[in-house]
Design a protein around this ligand. Structure first.
Ligand SMILES: *Cc1c(COP(=O)(O)O)cnc(C)c1O
Length: 464
């Protein structure tokens, strides 16, 4: 399996190249040259199989030339051994069939209590393996809106030949989220609280990649959802959920950087029958506006109760645009370069038609988020987190039908105790795995939103 760039200007790459590089050298995002295919019978046969088996079936189609079957199976087993639910991604019904059946797909049973673990626990292991084989060192710089950072630290902290720098927007992540990152005991983990928004942090990381000499010198790479290995690992639960229900479902996805929902498009392109993918955003509604108005334009960044989705530039949308344009790399490159200059992209009619055939989009404000947490708790006894609530709110605006709805539940409520307490009048309680970070000492550096100061900081930390 070879990989190509969405901007059409990078040499073909292998899975392990893609894994270690993150971003393609022409600034684009990697995608498989052609999508592997699963037949309806193969997908139906996933029903009842352990999650790890389906993960192997899906991942091996992408990674099979870079890793042996034994290596992949061992890493998948190890990745999910620490999950507290043996199902890894269990389905839980929250509305009865009489009312159009709705399910939560619980993706937060990993070590950091958000869905990012599902991909990063595998990615970290494959990364270490590929790096040992290739030799050398890498520097990972990740921008986080809250959950990628802790999941990356949990997956990569303490690994040899890897340094991890995580930039979070100062004061814009929850206390639990911050402590999960800053209490890591590992010397290869470096936390930066950036004076700016998540988009500023993500912009700095992109600018670092653009400084190709420095990037090469430090072996810069990315584990953000621009890394295709994450998309591949996240496609797995679209398959397991559909197989478990025994019929196609509409998926409703709390969306920020468009990685999780694009994994749904990936599953569809591999043969999974998904009637519709529903984008659910908070007040940072660039994706809802893009789909509904046909103009992808970044606005001001709002701090909301669902901070992991406080994003105005949805990096992975580039992958969907490339596909919707009929894989036109030249057009995608020109469109992204225009967008970088003007912060606005008017979607051409054929591209918009292709996107609307697959996606719908709804935005939700903080009041609706709180009200939804409250209603779901009253109706079902389930306490959901604010990101999940944004998606439940979207799901409940779609007319009920015979098609089941699967709502991706991306974080444990305990990560966002303030919002949950506001909604239901009591603290959601904290699992032991989270409690422990509340007392440990924190390590972080505050930096202004400035590329040369960030470079200097990284160089100082890397100096032997
Ligand atoms: C990262 C995250 C999201 C958004 O996922 P994207 O892949 O960035 O769209 C939603 N919910 C939670 C809890 C997250 O951590």
């Amino acid at each position: 399996m070879q990989f190509i760039s969405t901007r059409g200007g990078a040499p073909h790459a292998s899975f392990s190249d893609v894994l270690l590089a993150g971003l393609a050298p022409d600034g684009g995002l990697y995608l498989p040259e052609s999508w592997p295919q699963f037949s309806a019978a193969e997908i139906a046969a996933f029903a009842g199989k352990p999650y790890q088996v389906v993960a192997y079936e899906v991942l091996s189609r992408f990674a099979g030339e870079s890793f042996t079957a034994d290596e992949l199976k061992a890493d998948i087993q190890a990745a999910y051994a620490g999950f507290e639910s043996p199902a890894i991604a269990p389905l839980r019904q929250i509305a009865p069939s009489s009312n159009g059946s709705q399910y939560l797909l619980e993706l937060f049973h990993g070590p950091t209590f958000a869905f990012k673990d599902i991909a990063l626990q595998i990615l970290g292991r494959l990364f270490a393996r590929a790096l040992t084989r290739r030799g050398g060192k890498v520097t990972i710089v990740a921008a986080t809106s809250g959950d990628t950072g802790s999941a990356a630290i949990a997956a990569l902290g303490g690994l040899p030949n890897i340094e991890v720098f995580v930039l979070h927007p100062r004061g814009r992540v929850s206390e639990v989220q911050r402590r999960q990152m800053t209490t890591s005991p590992h010397a290869n983990v470096h936390n930066v609280a950036l004076e700016g928004s998540f988009d500023d942090a993500q912009g700095l990381v992109k600018d670092l990649f653009a400084q190709t000499e420095f990037a090469q010198q430090i072996g810069l790479t990315a584990v953000n959802s621009i890394n295709f290995a994450r998309i591949a690992a996240q496609a797995v639960y679209y398959f397991t959920a559909t197989a478990a229900l025994g019929k196609p479902a509409t998926f409703v996805v709390p969306t920020g950087n468009f990685g999780d929902i694009f994994a749904g498009e990936a599953a569809m392109r591999m043969g999974l029958d998904v009637p519709r993918l529903v984008i659910a955003t908070n007040a940072n509604d660039i994706m809802a506006r893009a789909l509904n108005d046909g103009v992808y334009a970044s606005g001001a960044s709002h701090a909301t109760l669902s901070p992991s989705m406080d994003i105005q530039v949805a990096s992975n949308f580039e992958r969907a645009l490339f596909e919707a344009s009929g894989r036109d790399g030249a057009w995608t490159a020109a469109a992204m370069s225009d967008f970088a200059k003007t912060r606005k992209l008017v979607l051409p009619a054929p591209v918009l038609v292709a996107l609307r055939a697959r996606y719908s989009a709804y935005a939700c404000n903080d009041d609706d988020t709180i009200a939804t947490i409250k209603t779901v708790a009253a109706e079902t006894g389930q306490v959901i987190d604010p990101h999940t609530a944004v998606a439940v709110h979207a799901a409940r605006r779609i007319p009920a039908s015979a098609t089941p709805m699967v709502i991706l539940s991306t974080a444990h409520a305990a990560k966002f105790p303030d919002a949950v307490t506001r909604a239901i009048g009591r603290d959601p309680g904290m699992p032991d795995g989270l409690k422990k970070v509340m007392d440990l000492p924190e390590k972080l550096d505050i930096l202004p939103n400035d590329l040369s100061l960030l470079r200097q900081f990284i160089s100082n930390r890397l100096a032997p």
